[in-house]
Design a protein around this ligand. Structure first.
Ligand code: 13P
Length: 244
């Protein structure tokens, strides 16, 4: 089974027009890497400005509806219109800050499909859940609730992001990642049959140039969702090269 790796950068609430030069450095470096896919998800305010500068772009959230009276929200169609080809959905920061539920994430994933965006659907347990031995059950339940019926690998990427590893400098160990990614793979195959083998499963949480290669060597790790280290070419490009 050969799944092409994807390294997606999630800029979160970082990035101003002044960030364009750094984006161009990332884009130029990524163009020289042919063995893996690269994607940057900047704040939505920058998508239109960054479109056409050589690198695939994604949003960080979308509303489930295509348009309407939803002040402050953006639809999948709007992200696509601005130049995005993907969208991160159900990130733990959205689940925590905005109370997003699996059902809402699933509706957003359906919206992404409707608009022609690749949905990067995030799952991940908290430290309390891990310490209680619930990590596999929690991510399995999030996966089951967040993926649309009949989802395909061309439409959906799964990202395992343990909450306790995000922004902490404490990445999950390869052993932890192996266990969870194997469980996610089994769940995908159980639900989608042979197509389940084709879904890319990214790991996210304190991925850095120093740990990328060992994480990418873990079975069923098909790339990374990178936060802090995606903000500079100096950190993002070595991670992308490790995936190639
Ligand atoms: P960090 O790489 O900063 O830990 O963030 C991971 C993340 O949340 C990506 O979506």
């Amino acid at each position: 089974m050969s799944r092409r790796k994807l390294v997606a950068g999630n800029w979160k609430m970082n990035g101003l027009v002044a960030s364009l030069a750094e984006f161009d450095r990332i884009s130029a470096g990524a163009a020289a890497v042919s063995g893996a896919d690269a994607l940057i998800c900047p704040p939505a305010t920058l998508i239109a400005a960054l479109a056409g500068r050589g690198l695939a772009l994604g949003g960080q959230d979308c509303h489930a509806k295509p348009s309407g009276a939803h002040t402050g929200d953006l639809s999948a169609e709007m992200l696509r219109d601005a130049g995005a080809s993907a969208v991160v959905l159900g990130h733990s920061e959205r689940r925590a800050d905005h109370g997003e539920t699996d059902a809402q994430v699933r509706a957003k994933a359906e919206a992404a499909k409707r608009a022609g965006l690749l949905a990067i659907v995030c799952v991940g347990e908290t430290l309390e859940q891990r310490e209680a031995g619930q990590a596999v059950a929690v991510v399995g339940s999030q996966l089951a609730g967040s993926l649309p019926e009949g989802a395909t690998a061309a439409e959906v990427v799964v990202a395992y992001e343990p909450v306790w590893a995000i922004g902490t400098g404490r990445a999950a160990t390869p052993e932890d990642v192996r266990e969870i990614h194997a469980a996610l793979r089994a769940a995908l195959v159980g639900r989608f049959g042979a197509e389940g083998e084709n879904f890319r499963i990214l790991y996210g949480g304190s991925v850095k140039p120093a740990n990328a290669a060992e994480l990418f060597a873990v079975p069923n790790v098909d790339g990374a969702l990178v936060g802090g280290a995606s903000l500079t070419a100096a950190e993002f490009l070595p991670i992308l090269q490790a995936a190639a």
